[in-house]
Design a protein around this ligand. Structure first.
Ligand SMILES: Cc1cc2nc3c(=O)[nH]c(=O)nc-3n(C[C@H](O)[C@H](O)[C@H](O)COP(=O)(O)O)c2cc1C
Length: 186
């Protein structure tokens, strides 16, 4: 074991597509730096966006955004959203867009799961803004549900790894949470 510097070792992360209304139109960008903050009621989630991006202004203006979960099948479109900026290219027609309770948080029919969020707070770092959103509603396609819950085996999330700069897929489940450790209990 040796120190390797302050390397963020939290990968893999799910690759998401964040939807924002900018200048009256939907815009989408790939976002892997997402966080689960208050895992309670309500739920608060965060997205870390570089200040250079086109999307940030739309969140400031409308105080809403979506976090959409693409499956592996949407890798090409997701990556495109992460390499092309709305400053130069209109990404509004890339997907079949729909809206839920929040009329300025565009969501994506091609993504099996979509979450709409109301802006709660912004953390202002030098290069990035962390947008904290209150989760208002989640929309899921029946095809990824089992017993009323999102089934990640069916969703097949697109995983992001910074070290390899590759997309990865999930492997099989290896054990039950809050259960596997019981064998060590005295
Ligand atoms: C896989 C992937 C993950 C990304 N994750 C983030 C992220 O978490 N935060 C961020 O600010 N940019 C991230 N990006 C970069 C933005 O998606 C990209 O710069 C995008 O073009 C910005 O779009 P916009 O200028 O239209 O807002 C990611 C790109 C890729 C390909």
């Amino acid at each position: 074991m040796k120190p390797i510097g302050p390397v963020n070792a939290l990968y893999p992360m799910p690759t998401t597509i964040v939807g924002v209304t900018v200048n009256g139109k939907p815009n989408f960008l790939a976002v892997a730096h997402v966080g689960i903050l208050n895992h309670g009621t309500p739920q608060y989630l965060s997205i870390g966006l570089g200040k250079v991006h086109y999307s940030n202004a739309g969140i400031h203006e409308n105080r809403t955004f979506s976090i959409c979960m693409p499956s592996e099948d949407l890798m090409v479109e997701t990556d495109y959203c992460g390499i092309v900026t709305g400053k130069k290219t209109d990404k509004s027609a890339l997907f079949d867009v729909f809206y839920g309770e929040l009329k300025t948080a565009p969501m994506i029919r091609e993504c099996p799961v979509n979450m709409e969020l109301r802006l709660h707070d912004i953390l202002d770092f030098k290069t990035h803004e962390i947008f904290i959103g209150e989760l208002v509603q989640t929309h899921a396609d029946d095809s990824v549900m089992t017993g009323g819950k999102i089934d990640i085996a069916k969703l097949r999330p697109l995983l992001f790894d910074m070290a390899s700069v590759k997309y990865w897929r999930l492997g099989p489940a290896v054990g039950n949470c809050w259960n596997a450790g019981k064998s060590l209990k005295k």
